[in-house]
Write a protein that binds this ligand. Structure first.
Ligand code: GDP
Length: 455
């Protein structure tokens, strides 16, 4: 059965130098030949793979734009099918019209992520590599982009494949030994099984350990800027965000709602909220803000607790210090450009990370940046080690781990090798789900659902 030939605009919607319409499928080259005419007069079907031609794209026999057509021949293409990429000028109208012409010529519109899904279904990528494609596109920091690129190049796949091969070999050995006792097959000892299971468990645990750090690198840290009114929280937020975002005034209590912003500090993504100052207040609207702020303190990953260095500590500062819970905290003593009046020793006795800055002129910002990178672990992050990138992958590894622990228990309790084999098969099953070698259509659809059209 012939698969449909799909097409979509693969570049971002908007104005740009180039816009690319990608066509993939058995008819890709024939369809492209219906809309594209090379200046050389050659048809695209006469070209080999990795060849390009310059010419024009036509819609209803009318010249639409200049165009470079690049031909990729199955299987040496992104999707593993015949692919043509038509690069025209990058304008909303031109790219849409060009796509329209391709669809009129016989292609079907591609669904979100359908090119990458075809690459996965054609064996060009495993599921972890396909997931990395979307992570590359969505990366907001250098480390996030590097981790995704390594995953796309197979860093995680390789790690999983090593574990998988050992388990598959053990399962094969186990069933051969149990099923063909008359054959001269080496005995499977309890000790050898325990060693294999323990080694695999160590590796799975190591992988699970990468998840939290990977999430911090990829998604960033939920960060709350807290402090009593007028300490300079909004000014700090603006310094971090690099523009005038919060309302900065001399009147205490002007930041009433929680203002959110995602910023890059060094190479750490911070999802910032500048909350209302924590203090006793009779104003109902402000009180809602204060309650929200307190709630955020206990549910975030990092608190930037801001103190006014030019004023002595008061009960509001003490209340803030006392409301800090399990989250990581950096105490920021602000207004270092003014004469110091604050009891810094007290703050240092309560909070281990303390930095002095002037949010107004940026002094001390480098030290704050360094402290945040250390805390996020990005300075020691190794993107090449193979990192679990999302909840689906983590779940599969957790399932494999549980199955292997059951297998180990079965050996330890002297249960029959049949019972061990069942658990071992379950562990292998979970690992095959992770790579996508044995995975339901629902899961696959879910993975590609997050993609953009054209990728
Ligand atoms: P918030 O209520 O905590 O959000 O405080 P704001 O950011 O609105 O700042 C309150 C006042 O302190 C404003 O007049 C700021 O210009 C001033 N301010 C903030 N940071 C500094 C600083 O580092 N040095 C000095 N001298 N003034 C600052």
């Amino acid at each position: 059965m012939k698969s449909t030939t799909i097409a979509a605009i693969s570049t971002a919607q908007g104005e740009g130098g180039i816009g690319v319409i990608r066509i993939s499928g058995e008819e890709a080259i024939v369809i492209a030949d219906r809309v594209f005419k090379a200046l050389s007069g050659k048809k695209l079907c006469e070209l080999g793979g990795y060849r390009a031609a310059f010419g024009h794209i036509y819609k209803n026999n009318e010249m639409l734009d200049e165009c470079v057509a690049t031909v990729f021949r199955n299987p040496k293409s992104y999707t593993g099918e015949d692919v043509v990429e038509l690069s025209c000028h990058g304008g909303m109208f031109i790219t849409r019209e060009a796509l329209r012409a391709v669809l009129d010529a016989g292609a079907s519109p591609a669904q979100a992520g359908e090119f990458t899904k075809r690459a996965f279904l054609n064996g060009k990528l495993d599921l972890t590599e396909a997931e990395a494609v979307i992570d590359i596109i969505k990366a907001k920091s250098k480390n996030a982009a590097r981790a995704a690129l390594y995953a796309k190049e197979g860093a995680l796949w390789k790690k999983i494949t090593d574990i998988k091969s050992t388990l598959v070999n053990t399962a094969a050995h186990l069933s051969a030994w149990a099923d063909y006792p008359e054959e001269d097959i080496a005995e499977v000892t309890e000790d050898s099984l325990k060693e294999v299971f323990n080694n695999a468990l160590t590796q799975l645990n190591r992988l699970l350990d990468t998840y939290d750090k990977g999430q911090i690198v990829k998604e960033g840290i939920d960060t709350v800027i807290a402090g009593k009114p007028n300490t300079g929280k909004s000014t700090l937020m603006n310094l971090l965000a690099g523009r005038n975002r919060s309302i900065v005034t001399d009147i205490p209590g002007t930041t009433r709602d929680i203002i959110e912003e995602t910023v890059l500090v060094g190479d750490v993504i911070l999802r910032l909220s500048d909350t209302a100052g924590i203090r006793e207040t009779g104003d109902t609207v402000e009180k809602i803000g204060v309650d929200l702020a307190k709630n955020r303190l206990s549910n975030c990953g990092l608190v930037l607790a801001v103190f006014d260095g030019a004023k002595p500590l008061d009960e509001n500062d003490i209340e803030l210090i006392n409301s800090l819970s399990d989250a990581e905290v950096i105490a920021i003593i602000n207004k270092s450009d003014l004469k110091s009046e604050l009891d810094e020793k007290y703050i240092k006795s309560k909070i281990s990370r303390v930095v002095k800055i002037s949010a107004k002129n940026g002094d001390g910002f480098d030290e704050l940046e360094k402290m945040i990178s250390q805390l996020a672990g990005t300075d020691s992050f190794n993107p090449g080690e193979g990192i679990l990138a999302n909840e689906r992958q983590r779940e599969a590894v957790l399932n494999a781990k549980t199955a292997l622990e059951n297998a180990l228990n079965a050996v330890n309790f002297g249960m029959t090798l049949d019972a061990v084999e069942v658990d071992l098969e379950n562990a292998i099953e979970s690992i095959l789900e992770l790579t996508g070698e044995r995975v339901s259509d629902v899961v696959v659809d879910n993975v590609f659902h997050n993609f953009c059209v054209g990728k």
